[in-house]
Design a protein around this ligand. Structure first.
Ligand SMILES: [Zn+2]
Length: 501
């Protein structure tokens, strides 16, 4: 009897603690009552310049050497003519031919510089989809309150807005206290190895240690999470890593009329099945936990209770997240079997079969650890030749890129984040700003070499559907967003003083 009472008392206590913590949970809230800073509609010549920027098909090919750099050269020449004051004021250094590094000298010494960056390469308009575009993909057409074409949202708009902002400030006689670098990569869409990576190397060699770096990767997005009404201003503080694992299995060749029970391809399929059956362990990384804490207040009671009591509900929350591909990718290094190759003929037994698994790594998980994990799983698959599990399987890692470091989301070590958050609050008062883990790769990751405060945020307000026009048909930016972008960067540069360090 006493035992029962004690158990009951403990349960009551547990429920009480959970409820009290839930009630006391006050996530940072947006400030919808405040009036946002409104940007004037950009003048016709401002829009004309963006339109012209879009008209250069600056497409970088996977094999970098095969790239047609004519349009890149054309774009650089166009910038010089479009922003004369900027080019007179800033020294331009071309790194590795086409990465552009402009430096606007500050009027004080001893302050760390700040970097604003973007890229000016674009993904191609996919062959066969040209006719589906409302306006041609490289037209830069201005219609219906929008500017259309590749690079409007990803991300020549950001580059152009930087330069419009700087040129405006220069015209008013403004000079920043610290040096501002404006850096533009030419191969972000194909990995940034020839652009951002080389620039980071150059900065490192020069001993340039910026206070912070602001790139693309997050936006103010509305309607992206069910149940969350306020738009989310997502500030990317880290990026997932990337690696292709090519696993080759050997088998006995010969005529397919007298096959073994399992061919090399059959065993490869079994390996893929093992990998799909055993996903990598789920975990909450700092950016995702930070995001949950910021947005849980907008969500239903159950989510709020779970987030307010992670000590108890973490496993449950991870299970809920694992059930949906979008949220799953936030809490786990994901495996996707994407390619397979075996015999060249239907009646020939394959001597080799290869499968490729594309892996996206959470911060904290490494290329090597996942390789070890796959080796363990390969041990369960019978070798086709010797019949012993795990034999005849080789694993090769291709284009490995570890997950990025995690930039601080405010606090003593993250004043640039706080500055950004404050400015976001002024331009988008009804949005909830939050740290965010970027699923794809951007140039930003390269700059951890020289700075700990690397952020990914573009000051545009988009719907989920609008955001998805990037890399897609009918990419556009609204004129309203573009005007706000320019003013945002003006204010960013003008007021930048997060630390005197
Ligand atoms: Zn981009």
């Amino acid at each position: 009897m006493t035992v029962l009472i004690i158990i009951l008392a403990l349960i009551v206590l547990l429920v009480a603690v959970v409820l009290i913590r839930t009630a006391a949970f006050k996530p940072p809230r947006a400030n919808p009552a405040a009036a946002p800073i409104l940007a004037p509609e950009p003048a016709a010549e401002v829009l004309g310049r963006l339109s012209r920027a879009i008209s250069f098909p600056t497409v970088c090919t996977q094999a970098y050497e095969g790239t047609d750099f004519g349009p890149f050269e054309g774009f650089i020449g166009f910038l010089a003519g479009a922003f004369p004051l900027f080019h007179k004021t800033c020294e331009l250094k071309r790194i590795n031919g086409y990465a552009l590094v402009f430096c606007w000298k500050g009027n004080k010494t001893g302050l760390k510089p700040m970097i604003l960056t973007a890229h000016y390469d674009v993904v191609p308009v996919e062959k066969g989809t040209e006719a589906e575009w409302q306006e041609p993909g490289y037209s830069g057409a201005i219609s219906g309150g929008k500017v259309w074409g590749r690079g409007t949202l990803d991300i020549k708009s950001q580059l152009m807005a930087h330069l419009e902002a700087a040129e405006n400030l220069m015209r008013r006689g403004f000079q920043p206290a610290r040096d501002f670098y404006f850096i533009y990569g030419q191969d972000e869409e194909t990995g940034g190895r020839n652009g951002a990576a080389k620039v980071a190397e150059y900065l490192d060699e020069q001993g340039i240690r910026p206070e912070g770096v602001l790139d693309e990767g997050g936006m103010v997005v509305s309607g992206v999470l069910k149940g969350v009404k306020a738009p989310l201003a997502l500030i990317g503080v880290a990026e997932k890593g990337f690696c292709n694992y090519e696993m080759t299995l050997s088998g006995e060749g010969g005529h397919s009329s007298m096959p073994p029970v399992h061919t090399a391809l059959g065993n490869a399929a079994r390996l893929v099945t093992e990998i799909e059956k055993r996903p990598y362990p789920a975990k909450l990384t700092a950016p995702v936990e930070g995001m949950l804490r910021n947005i849980a207040g907008e969500m239903g009671f159950l989510v709020r209770m779970a987030v307010a009591n992670l000590w108890l509900f973490r496993p449950l929350l991870l299970r809920i997240f694992s059930a949906n591909p979008v949220t799953n990718s936030m809490v786990r290094s994901t495996f996707a079997a994407t390619m397979a190759r075996a015999s060249d003929a239907a009646n020939v037994l394959p001597q080799k079969a290869a499968v490729t698994v594309n892996v996206r790594l959470l911060p904290g998980d490494t290329v090597d650890a996942v390789e070890g994990y796959f080796r363990g799983l390969a041990g369960k698959v019978p070798g086709a030749v010797k019949g012993r599990p795990g034999t005849d399987i080789s694993i090769k890692t291709l284009v490995p890129a570890e997950a990025s470091k995690i930039s601080p989301a405010g606090g003593e070590t993250g004043p640039v984040y706080e500055y950004l958050e404050k400015l976001i609050g002024e331009f988008f008062p009804n949005a909830i700003s939050s740290p965010f883990l970027v699923m794809g790769g951007t140039d930003a990751r390269k700059y951890y070499r020289v700075s700990d405060q690397v952020y990914r945020f573009t000051p545009v307000l988009v719907t989920d559907a609008e955001k998805n026009t990037a890399h897609n048909t009918n990419e556009y930016i609204t004129i309203e967003n573009y005007g706000r972008m320019i003013l945002f960067y003006e204010r960013f540069i003008e007021g930048f003083d997060p630390s005197r360090g």
